[in-house]
Design a protein around this ligand. Structure first.
Ligand code: GLY
Length: 257
């Protein structure tokens, strides 16, 4: 399957994460966020990934959501163009990737964040969202052309990023929120739909023989546990409560290759 990474890049949580969201009346426990982050990293390690960590940037409260800064395909990295509040998070990530990846940049009129990019076996989907525009999608298409991967655009209206509402968990299976996207655009054979009131559960991660899901969504987690058992996967329910409060989830917390 496509998702057979050997490395994960994560980013430490800045202290400013809590303060930034407190100003928006969102109460984040820094200590709990740290312990959830540690558990997440340990799960990636146990799944066999080599972990590297970019230090936190206190001037960038959302920088723990490292997925948005780059799109990686094998040893190539496309550095994204992010929304103004987060723009600048990319620099330290680019420095870290430079020794191992060929770096590609895009013009400033392009906008794209990694949360809008979803790979299945043969296709890459890009969300056209508040964070990703047509030019960003075009840059992604050009970047992936040399790998023979078609890019399909998916309108995103109900959530922040495409992967807030749909992810690919291998074995030709998507997890998606019912009614959020035109599912006829996708080529996967099977779709597991999130249960009512558990929209956040759509964000899952498959790392070869492991399935990571969010434990706060028990009804959907049950469906995903059955899927994992059926496919012989290790099942990892992880609590992401302190990241969901900031519109984050599992995939946002790492870059994989
Ligand atoms: N809080 C996640 C984001 O704005 O990208």
């Amino acid at each position: 399957m496509i998702n057979s990474p050997t490395h994960a890049l994560v980013r430490s949580i800045p202290r400013s994460y809590k303060d930034y969201y407190a100003k928006k009346n969102i109460d984040i426990s820094y200590g709990l966020a740290e312990s959830q982050h540690e558990k997440y990293i340990q799960t990636l390690k146990d799944a066999g990934l080599k972990i590297s960590t970019v230090p936190a940037d206190e001037t960038k409260p959302d920088c723990v959501f490292i997925e948005d800064t780059a799109i990686i395909w094998q040893t190539h990295a496309l550095i994204t163009r992010m929304n103004p509040v987060r723009d600048g998070e990319q620099a330290a990530v680019e420095e870290t990737l430079k020794p191992t990846h060929t770096i590609t940049h895009m013009p400033s009129v392009a906008k794209i964040e990694g949360g809008d990019v979803l790979h299945t076996e043969n296709t890459t989907y890009v969300g056209l969202s508040a964070r990703t525009n047509s030019m960003g999608a075009e840059c992604l298409k050009n970047f992936l052309k040399k790998f023979g991967r078609p890019v399909v655009r998916v309108p995103v209206e109900k959530c922040l990023h495409l992967k807030s509402g749909v992810t690919y968990i291998g074995d030709n299976t998507l997890v998606a929120v019912p009614g959020w996207f035109d599912m006829s655009l996708f080529d996967a054979e099977n779709i597991i739909y999130t249960k009512e009131g558990e929209e956040g559960a759509a964000n899952c991660m498959r790392i070869p023989n492991n399935l990571l899901v969010q434990s706060q969504y028990p009804k959907t987690a049950k469906l995903l546990e059955h899927f994992a058992a059926d496919k012989g996967l290790q099942f990892h329910p992880l609590d992401t409560s302190e990241f969901v409060k900031a519109d984050g989830a599992l995939t946002c917390l790492s870059l994989l290759w």
